[in-house]
Every structure is written in structure tokens, then in C-alpha cells.
Design a protein around this ligand. Structure first.
Ligand SMILES: *Cc1c(COP(=O)(O)O)cnc(C)c1O
Length: 507
């Protein structure tokens, strides 16, 4: 029999590469964490710009220069020194106040620290015997989310890699549930039914592209997605939903799902959820709400009411790596009636045998399209606990307030055409549009965005609205202030003037 002491004295050639009971591993862990923390502090303490401004080719070349793995291993410090320039300094500094392009957030510190614990524990969420405590943490966070979203006791959920997976899961359950009801057909066992080409999904023309992508992956083809017009606030037109449904039925089609977007990617618009829920119910449609972006309003103090009707969704998508400020990746898929997860479950003898279920053992693989899965619930847990829901709400509200302020400020600026005077959440869509402009506006605005990026003055996005190029700010960073907005707009004015004088030659 081995004693603890004998185990402690046991040495292997690999001790400094793992965290374990032995002293070498513990020391290597402590030293490595200190070295990496010092390196990151060094980089962050002199990061003045959101991006270094190099070209893709320059960065690609620098990275290629460090991709050699032959020979002996080197010290962590040496490798950190080597990657500092090519990787750390060439990365987008997403936590910078002027990094405001996409729905890509500055991660909260407890989220970053959570990642460290997640990697260290390396639990896998598929079966209880690989995530003995983590299973219950994830289930607990799902319960919290259920309550926050106003979901009934019968509901359930699971963490996902993000909105893409959650939307896919929602439409998969919708498809399988419909086929079951319509034809007593089991898609899981029998594949698509004979009439699959008549199945239709409705969403707005501003819905996320993953609705189409899901339809294609579900064997229905993108043709199954029918897009409905949006109103002047970029929300799904109810009249158009009704007339589209009539038309589809007349044509012998089988609409089975309606996807509402709660926070569209460009305008952050929120489709009329209560009305769409009623229409879905009356027409036997599965009502999926893509709240990847807008779901963050669950924590808001002043804007929670915008989510009214969310609780009626048959399923919903919530991303935590957007407004919830978590490191990538972290999301959830929720379903109102947990029995629908049955369409996904498959019992593998080695992982989640039926016997386990009979014994009351929870194996989360039964609810997911993934098998091995990260313990992402922990970083959200840590963030909610340490930041507190009060401050969390204040952070989100600040970004919405800032968006309102920015819209007002931009309205008063010469040469700026603002597309959303009343931002729904925290995106701003505008373009540089001088009155006496001989330059092509699309070209000018594209060049502006590129120029700001390559000067490292601001990371903003470009998008297309009504066929024209517009610029976009996504204000997710609670540390971004009115001053940052003023500085950015001054920079835009300066850069645009230079571009117009230089005949755009600089880009
Ligand atoms: C971001 C987003 C998605 C995609 O989610 P990922 O987390 O990137 O996979 C889907 N829908 C909406 C509305 C989004 O904002």
C-alpha cells in the first residue's frame, strides 16, 4: 500500500509540466502564473492604441517567423519574450476604450481569472464523472438564467459555444418537434420526412445569418428561410409576417418556426416579442428568440422592460461573450419545455447509459449537440458574484446611456449622417457625408474605417445599410466615455479631410 508520503516523494521526468501534489509542479505553476501576469501587465501598461496598425501581411510574416517547433523545449519566460511582439502586441486590444467595432466585449477580470480556474480544473461537461461539481454549477447557472428570463419551472437549458450553436439547437428542436406532431415522424431515427422541402422558417431580413446557416445544416436548405420586411425601426413587420404566412400556406408550404431577433447585429433592434409570440401560437409555429445580443438587458436596471415577451419563447439564445462581458466563448441555449431535449439525446454506453439516468445521475451531454464541453459556467458565476448584479446592471446601463449621448452628439455634428437617432441598445450607425463631396461616399467611408484601424486611432466597423457603406460603433465597454467619443469623432473629421484632399491616395 502506498502512503501519501511515498507518493509525494515519487518523481517523474515530467513533473514541472503539470500541476500536482509534488513541489516541482506547484513551483512551476506559481512561477508561470507570475511570469505571464508580469508579461501581460507590461504589455497593457504601455498599450496606447487599440491596434498597432500593421498590415495583415506584416503580421502574418512575423507569426510565420515564430512557428518553429523543432528542437528542445525552452523556458516559458523565453517563449513569452519571443511571442510578446508578434502575438501580444499585434493583437487587437479589445479592452481599449476605442475598440468598438463588433459585438466583441472587453472581458471582465473575474471572467479572465475564471478562465484560469476552468483550464486548471479542465472538467468536461459531458458526463457527471468528468465534471463532478461543475455539472451542478452549470445547472445552477441555468436555473439563475431561467428565473432571470421569467421562464417556467418546466424549462431547461445548457451552455453552448455561442449564438451559432444555440440558434442551431433551437431550429433543430423546432424541426423535430414539428415533424413529430405533423407526421408522427422521428427525424432523429428516420432522417428527414418525404415532405421536408415544404418546411419553412420565418425571420426578419435583419436576422442573423446563422438562421440560414442552421437551415442548411439541418438539411432544409437556405431556401427554407423566408425573410420578412422590417419597419423604420428595423423590427419585424407584423403585417408582413401575417401576409407571408398566408402566402406560404396558399402555396402549400409548411411554416414551422418563427425566429425573432432581440438585438439585431447592426441596429440592436428588438422584434415585437409579445405579438410575435401570439402569432406563433395561433399558427402552430415554434417561437425561437435570438437574444444573443439583447439578452444582456436581463441585467439592466432601466431597460429590462424591452425584453417583455421573451418568456413566451419556445427556445432562446443568450450569449455571455457579448453584453455579459465574458471572455470568448460563453453562451446558453434555453428551452421552455425541457422534454424537447429528448430530440437530442443519445445514450452512449460509455458516457451516459440509461442506467445512470435511472440512478439520478446527471450527464449534460444528453442536452447538447457537443460532447466534450468547457466549464464556461464558472466564469459567469465568478463575474456575477464578484461584480454583483447591481454594478453589472450599472455597467450595461452606462453603455446604453453612452449610445444615447453619442447619437445626440453626432446629430449636432456637421458632415455626419446618423442612421439611428434613437439607438435601441448600444450600437451607432453613421457615415461621413460632407455636403459638397466629390468623392464616392462608399469609398470614402471604407477608407476612413481602414485608415483609423491602420493608424491605430480607433477600431470601428463598417456595414451596409440600404446598399450604402456605413460606419458602426458597438459600445460594449463600460469604461468608454463621452471624451473617447469626442476624440474619435475629431479623428474621423481629420482623417476624412486628409483622405479627400489626398484623393484617397493614402489608403
Ligand atoms: C453574435 C450573434 C450570433 C452568433 O453568435 P456567436 O456567439 O458568434 O456564435 C447570432 N445571433 C445574433 C443576434 C448575434 O448577435
Amino acid at each position: 500500500m502506498s502512503t501519501g508520503r511515498a507518493f509525494k516523494n515519487k518523481r517523474t521526468a515530467f513533473d514541472s509540466f503539470f500541476l500536482h501534489q509534488g513541489e516541482e509542479g506547484l513551483a512551476a505553476f506559481e512561477k508561470g502564473m507570475e511570469q505571464v501576469s508580469n508579461k501581460l501587465k507590461e504589455v497593457y501598461s504601455n498599450t496606447e492604441q487599440p491596434f498597432i496598425g500593421k498590415t495583415p501581411a506584416e503580421i502574418e510574416k512575423e507569426i510565420a517567423g515564430i512557428m518553429n517547433f523543432a528542437g528542445k523545449g525552452r523556458s516559458l519566460q523565453e517563449v513569452l519574450n519571443e511571442l510578446e511582439g508578434p502575438i501580444l502586441r499585434n493583437s487587437l486590444h479589445i479592452s481599449h476604450e476605442k475598440s468598438m467595432a463588433h459585438l466583441h466585449c472587453p472581458p471582465l477580470l473575474p471572467g479572465i481569472i475564471g478562465e484560469c480556474i476552468i483550464g486548471t480544473l479542465n472538467q468536461s461537461m459531458d458526463s457527471w464523472d468528468q465534471s463532478t461539481a461543475a455539472t451542478y454549477v452549470e445547472e445552477g447557472m441555468v436555473k439563475w438564467l431561467k428565473e432571470a428570463a421569467g421562464y417556467p419551472e418546466t424549462s431547461d437549458g445548457v451552455f453552448t459555444s455561442g449564438g451559432t450553436q444555440s440558434n442551431y439547437m433551437g431550429l433543430l428542436l423546432a424541426r423535430d418537434s414539428f415533424c413529430q406532431i405533423q407526421w408522427a415522424h422521428n427525424v432523429q431515427k428516420q432522417g428527414l420526412p418525404a415532405d421536408f422541402h415544404r418546411l419553412r422558417i420565418l425571420c426578419s431580413e435583419e436576422a442573423h445569418f446563422t438562421v440560414k446557416k442552421s437551415a442548411s445544416q439541418l438539411g432544409l436548405g437556405e431556401q427554407a428561410v423566408i425573410t420578412v420586411k422590417t419597419d423604420e425601426r428595423h423590427r419585424m413587420c407584423l403585417n408582413d409576417v401575417l401576409s407571408t404566412l398566408d402566402r406560404l400556406k396558399e402555396d402549400g408550404m409548411l411554416p414551422f418556426a418563427l425566429v425573432a431577433t432581440c438585438g439585431t447585429t447592426d441596429f440592436g433592434s428588438i422584434d415585437p416579442l409579445p405579438e410575435l409570440a401570439s402569432i406563433s401560437k395561433e399558427n402552430g409555429l415554434w417561437f425561437h428568440v435570438d437574444a444573443a445580443f439583447g439578452g444582456g438587458l436581463l441585467l439592466s436596471h432601466s431597460h429590462r422592460n424591452k425584453l417583455e415577451g421573451l418568456e413566451n419563447a419556445d427556445s432562446m439564445t443568450i450569449d455571455f461573450h457579448k453584453l455579459f462581458l465574458q471572455p470568448v466563448s460563453c453562451g446558453a441555449f434555453m428551452v421552455k419545455d425541457r422534454r424537447h431535449f429528448g430530440f437530442l439525446s443519445h445514450h452512449a454506453d460509455y458516457l451516459n447509459p440509461v442506467k445512470d439516468e435511472d440512478d439520478g445521475i446527471v450527464n449534460l451531454v444528453t442536452k447538447s449537440t457537443s460532447t466534450t464541453r468547457r466549464f464556461d459556467a464558472l466564469k459567469l458565476y465568478l463575474s456575477l458574484k464578484t461584480v454583483g448584479t447591481e454594478t453589472f446592471g450599472n455597467m450595461i446601463d452606462h453603455t446604453i446611456e453612452l449610445a444615447r449621448y453619442t447619437a445626440e452628439y453626432l446629430t449636432g455634428l456637421e458632415n455626419i449622417e446618423l442612421k439611428n437617432i434613437h439607438p435601441e441598445i448600444n450600437t451607432i450607425i453613421f457615415r461621413y457625408h460632407p455636403s459638397d463631396c466629390s468623392t464616392d461616399l462608399d469609398e470614402l467611408n471604407r477608407a476612413l474605417q481602414q485608415s483609423l484601424l491602420h493608424e491605430g486611432k480607433g477600431v470601428i466597423a463598417k456595414t451596409t445599410v440600404d446598399g450604402s457603406t456605413f460606419l458602426k460603433l458597438t459600445l460594449l465597454n463600460p469604461r468608454t466615455s463621452e471624451i473617447d467619443i469626442h476624440e474619435l469623432m475629431d479623428e474621423i473629421e481629420k482623417t476624412a479631410t486628409q483622405l479627400m484632399n489626398g484623393g484617397l491616395a493614402r489608403v
